[in-house]
Each structure stands twice: as structure tokens, then as C-alpha cells.
Design a protein around this ligand. Sequence first.
Ligand SMILES: O=P(O)(O)OC[C@H]1O[C@H](O)[C@H](O)[C@@H](O)[C@@H]1O
Length: 430
Amino acid sequence: MVRVSFDYTNLLEVEGGIRESELSDLRPRLERATDEHLQDPPGFTRLPHTRDLLTPSKALAEEIRTSGATDFVHVGIGGSSLGPVALHRALNHPYYNALAERGGPRMHFAENPDPNTLHAILDLVELESTWINVVTKSGSTAETMANFLVLRRALVEASGEAGYRERTIFTTDPDSGYLREIAEREKIRTLPIPQDVGGRYSVLTPVGLLPAAVSGLDAEALLSGAASCANEIAERRAEHPAVLGAAMHYLMDTSRGRNIRVMMPYADALERFAAWFVQLWAESLGKEGKGSTPLGAVGTTDQHSQLQLYMEGPQDKVIELIEVENHPNDLEIPRAYEDLEGVGYLGGHTVAELLNVECDATRRSLAEAGRPNCTIRLGTVDEAHLGYLIYALEAQTAIAGGLYGVNPFDQPGVEAGKRITYSRMGRPGY
Ligand SMILES: O=P(O)(O)OC[C@H]1O[C@H](O)[C@H](O)[C@@H](O)[C@@H]1O
């Protein structure tokens, strides 16, 4: 049973919080934005309800897992990588690659064209049994293509053209792009990224489903968790707490000047999930001089680095905590040094108990200091809960686009830098 809740108490009741009257004034616009979202549903809303993309992803994953593969390199950046990395980090063992009994190939993510990272991957992988999955919706992102060309050469040198083609997959646009062109030339197997699904909304397509299935995650549960959220939103519309969150963060930004949204999960496993959300919210809403700045943080680690700023710095932030009710693999803190009052008191508690007590302490101390904060509570960290939360935040972001009056599905601002890169790298026509 998926348990995900959104607690906005400390956005309403805190000093300077949102008044019910502001919410009711905004309600007609929220309802309109939600109606538009549901009446003309963007591509990502289809994904939880179809298995057309899961079936081929699982079939390929099974082939890879039973092929004796030692390494799987996911090559992609931005929306073509942040989701898969977030799933891997959240749902697999933190030291997955070091585990003998992991049941699948070691997982590597070549995102940034950083020679040190790429070199480290090449140092570690056994090229004769390495698969690469090149993921790019546009089929030409320079970073991804550069990483691909380096890995392709290594695979060809190790296993010849045949070995490279056999153990390479392209996840890209079904019809267009240079990668599609190469796939046709070299008979490389492909998985589609639906054209009406934007990169940052694509984690529930083969972009996320294939690597998840390769590492043995339950991709079916991911989609079912997302489907339960989608069904709830279709039923409750603007009453759904995830949708209400669009209004909350919009009001905090536009009427309280709190234009920094800090997502602070109290779980190491969700650190990259916050990074996935940062792209989603930033690239969807940061247009026409509008949009709030999402930041990722981790609890309790960043209590010891950023909390001072959140408590006593500029009043420009909303702190969004993610609390996990049942942390997998909890550990009891042993009783020791009970004569030392500053140590002994910990004995008999559990590590997760301390983590969640500190989450509550941060929430309460922020509220007492008049610092608006809200909490997303997850029953646990598993595929179904993450699928639910992914869909909830995607729908929240898309509907927030309606409130801000911007198109949440394009990213024109990233093109100028690309043109300069192409021209400096000598790309014809630039
Ligand atoms: O999947 P790709 O086409 O390679 O794009 C990867 C990323 O790069 C672009 O520059 C955009 O900023 C992102 O929205 C996108 O996810």
C-alpha cells in the first residue's frame, strides 16, 4: 500500500504563512490550470497507464542480465540521466557495484563529459562483457555523443564492430536525430522516447525503465505507484494535495518573495532524487523572468552546513522536507557509556529514529523561527512510493506552469550556450 502525504501546515500556520483567503482567491486559477492539464494531458500522463514501453525495456534488460554482462554504462545527461540515477541511488544498495550477489551487471552513469569520470569507468569495466545504453531524446546532445564516441571506440577495440553492435542500445526519438541515423546504419537496437514526453518528464519511459530493470528493480511497481497517483489526481483534481502544492509554492514565491525552494530529503538514498527534481522545477518554470529556484539538500547532513542560513538568513526560502516513515535496514544504537550523559542517552534508540527525530526537530525549529516549511511523507523508499512521488511532482510542476503562465515543457534558454559550443567545436553551420 503506497503512503505518500503532503503536509502544508507550516506553510499556512507559520508567521507570514499563506492565508486561506489567498488560497481561495487563487483556487479558480488552480482549477483552470488543473482542468487544462487533465483535458489536454501532456505526454507524461500516459506513461503510468501503458506497458508498451515497459515490455521491450524488460525484455532487453533480461537479455542483458542473462548475457553474462559485467557492466552496463548508461550514457546520457539532464533528463536522460537524472531520473535513472535517482532511481538507482534511491532503490539499489548504496554500494551496489561492490556487491558480489547483486544479480546484475555493475551500473555506471556517464553524464558529464568529464575525462576523469569517463576514464574511471573505462578503468573499471570489462569491455568484452560491457553493454552501453546511449540515451538522448534529441539524438545529438554534444556531451552524450562525445561520451558515446569514446565508449564506442573502446568497445570496438575490445570486441570488434560485431561486439560493439551486439552490446549497444540507443534510447532516443523514434523517428529522428543523428543517433537514430546511426542506429539505422549500424543496425543498433533502439528503445523509444515518445516525442510528446519532454526529457525531464521521461524517467517513466525506457530512459528510466531499462536501467532500472537491468539492475533488478521492479519497474512494474514504479509504474503502478505512478498510476495510483495519476488516478487520484484525475479524481480529486485541484483538491489533490500534490496539485495544491503547486498553489502553495506559487504563492510563497509570488506573494511572499520566497523564491528558493529547498528540497531536503531525510535519507541519503534520496539525494539524487532532489537533483532530479531540481531540473524538473527549474527547467519547467524558469522562463520570462519567472519561476522559483529549486535547491537540493540532505537531512541531517545539511543541518550541519545550511540550516544556519535557513534559520537566520534571508527570508527567501521554503524548506521542503521529505520524511521516510519506515527506513529500510534500520539499526539499533547499542547501549554504552551510560555514565556519560552526552552519549549514553542514544543507547536503545535506532538510527532511523534519530534521523526522523531530527527531521521533526528541523521542521519545528523552522516553524518556531517563522520559517515556512512543508513535509512530504513517504511510507518507505521503494519502487511504488517513488513512482507515486515522481508522478505527483511532475503533475505539480506542469500545473504550476499554468499558474505562472509559462510553457512547462520547453527549455529555449539552453540553446544559446549550445550554439556557442558548436561554433567553438567547429560544428558546420555554427
Ligand atoms: O535527451 P537529450 O536530448 O540528450 O537532452 C538532454 C538534456 O539537455 C538539454 O539541454 C535540456 O536542457 C534538457 O532538458 C535535456 O534533458
